[in-house]
Design a protein around this ligand. Structure first.
Ligand code: DG2
Length: 248
């Protein structure tokens, strides 16, 4: 049996402003920092002894992991980071207001861009100031691997090699693993773990800052589908808030 803990970063400043974020490297809001502390307190209360943390290369996930691990008195554990755990690239929607986008394009188009499995938003231009094409942290990636937009299916495709090559070996070695990542990169992973269909994944939302615990069997499949939030009540409330983003 292996133990895996998933943690979406605390609220970011762009989450708070209702902006599509994707690969833009925004920081946590004050509330997001508090959520990360609470997430760490939950890890401590559950007596979870983590052996390794994997994060994206975006500071809202990195800082959430640090703050939560500090609160859990485990800031010392080894860390690995990968762009493969990054948020879904939101293409030309990055930086746009969710409510305004919904108003401008209508509910159906808005939800297709936000939650359909295989329809990406329009791509971002390489000369757009919010493009990541010249970001030094991706300098070693071939340009064609740097996304200009992504749908969730694209995230599953780029995330699974990291799952199998980096996370599964840790789990197989008996390590308790924390993954600190994002709403959509974690939706992609949960889809894989729980075997959720392309249609049903549209209805899954991940709350900010609340650890989600999975016990996995010898095939790294969940003993309990959906795992278990360490604070189920708070998770319910936060999930509803994420689902309602973009509504007035
Ligand atoms: C949010 C997710 O990502 O937004 O990119 O705007 O988890 O990094 O804050 P995160 C974004 P939705 O897909 O839920 O609209």
């Amino acid at each position: 049996m292996a133990t895996l803990v998933l943690l979406r970063h605390g609220e970011s400043v762009w989450n708070a402003e209702g902006l599509f974020t994707g690969w833009v490297d925004v920081d946590l809001s004050e509330k997001g920092e508090e959520e990360a502390v609470t997430g760490g307190d939950l890890l401590l209360d559950a007596d979870l002894k983590l052996d390794v943390v994997h994060t994206s290369v975006l500071k809202r996930a990195i800082r959430t992991a640090n703050i939560a691990l500090d609160a859990a008195e485990q800031l010392w554990i080894p860390v690995r980071r990968s762009w493969r755990l990054n948020e879904r690239h939101y293409g030309a929607l990055q930086g746009k207001n969710k409510a305004q986008t919904r108003e401008e394009y209508g509910d159906e188009q808005f939800m297709t861009w936000r939650r359909s499995y295989d329809t990406p938003p329009p791509p971002i231009a390489d000369d757009d100031p919010l493009s990541q094409i010249n970001d030094p942290r991706y300098a070693l990636l071939p340009s064609e691997l740097i996304p200009r937009t992504e749908c969730l299916a694209d995230v599953v495709d780029r995330l699974l090699p990291y799952w199998y090559d980096a996370v599964v070996p840790d789990l197989a070695a008996g390590r308790t693993v924390l993954i600190a990542a994002h709403g959509n990169s974690l939706r992609a992973l949960v889809k894989h773990l729980d075997g959720i269909s392309d249609e049903d994944i549209a209805g899954l939302n991940i709350p900010t800052g609340i650890p989600l615990l999975y016990e996995l069997d010898e095939d790294f499949e969940p003993l309990k589908k959906g795992g278990e939030y360490l604070d189920p009540e708070a998770a319910k409330e936060s999930i509803a808030a994420v689902a309602n983003q973009g509504k007035k």
